[in-house]
Design a protein around this ligand. Sequence first.
Ligand SMILES: CC(C)(COP(=O)(O)OP(=O)(O)OC[C@H]1O[C@@H](n2cnc3c(N)ncnc32)[C@H](O)[C@@H]1OP(=O)(O)O)[C@@H](O)C(=O)NCCC(=O)NCCS
Length: 401
Amino acid sequence: MTETSGITLRSGTAADADAVRLLGDISFGMLSDPVESERAHRLFALENGIVAQDGDRIVGYTAAYQQTLTVPGGHPVEVESIANVAVAPTHRRRGILRAMYTEQHRRTEARGLPLTVFTASQGGIYGRFGYGPSICQQHIRFDRRFVQFHSDTPDPGGVELTSIDEAQRIVPPIYDLWRRVQPGAQLRPEPAWEAMFADHPRFRGGGTELFALTHPDGYALYRYHRRESGSALEVVELRAITPDAHAALWRALSALELFDHIEAVIAPDDPLPYLFTDPRLVHTTGLGDALWSRIMDVPAALTARSYDADLDIVVAVHDPFRAAGGVFALRVREGRAECAPTTREADVELGIDVLGSVYLGAHRIRRIAAAHRIRAKDPAVLRDLDLAFRSDRDPVLGWAF
Ligand SMILES: CC(C)(COP(=O)(O)OP(=O)(O)OC[C@H]1O[C@@H](n2cnc3c(N)ncnc32)[C@H](O)[C@@H]1OP(=O)(O)O)[C@@H](O)C(=O)NCCC(=O)NCCS
């Protein structure tokens, strides 16, 4: 138990379920139901969460769950995930989030996990705690009626019309193969699949139930929207292990001709626009971040991923929130790193939030350096770092939590 200005922090218990649910419903403006809450607590167990209490009232909550995330090079890493963070509107801006995060990060450090991740509701809060946006996503829309596939685009076929019942059996093993090679993707446990296929009307955005197309190396889960402004097909999740599966699924979706537009969320490096004769067809309607990451242990995190180029540098990492910063010698040979504290003078310095941003390969070192968030006296150091931290594919969040 921890005390903070009349507020007590403690681990959650099963008896807190109703109060935690009410706090979440009011904070996020969405009514959940007991079945969903029970499912969520099978992953994010109340006992792993932190409850903030004022007298006998629960006024803050943060949930935590350890999951397996793929980092560049296809290496699985055990990370802490935080979710459902909420403070009662009657108790905001008096340090309850800060107190819960301090306690949460102390627990994560004690468990020896190198990274903490979450999906953020707002962008201005979490930098102070050492988090940086670490996966980018692009919202796109195109007019399906004008799609013409390029003559070079393969037409490999292999797509099957699949009922949602069948999809529940077919899709998870394909996802599992995909997430093992895809940076940013996580192992997806049973309750997360149940939530996806439960397809609660609240998460349909006014659209139909889910439909599925499958391929031996991929799948698309999608729904239809019949709006006054026109009809659209929303791709909820498309995963392709091979370029052929990618092309085949987009060909099949684009042939669903009773719907004018197709909307999807893709990685910035998704090859979709190159499939079409007119690449201008694909409009970006929004850019966002899918995940935020905080490095908890610099040597453990930096030695867990692979790199694209050799390095021999000394990095100074500033941590405003915990004591994970310091000066580290980073040496990379044949893709793998050695990293240890050093007393040598630093070649480059950056905040731990920036290290979190570049860790999965979503953000380029050079671009952040141009904003003075990474500083080096010798421009060659930035060039080397930029080359090394690149990843051969943009990270993608496997499932939102
Ligand atoms: C976001 C939320 C958890 C903040 O809780 P809180 O107890 O009011 O936050 P704290 O008082 O501990 O603030 C911690 C720091 O974050 C800052 N902060 C808090 N909310 C902020 C916001 N919306 N925008 C920018 N800064 C914010 C505070 O100024 C404070 O800064 P400091 O410690 O450096 O001085 C709370 O407002 C909430 O529940 N919001 C609705 C649900 C939500 O968005 N949850 C987050 C899901 S990722």
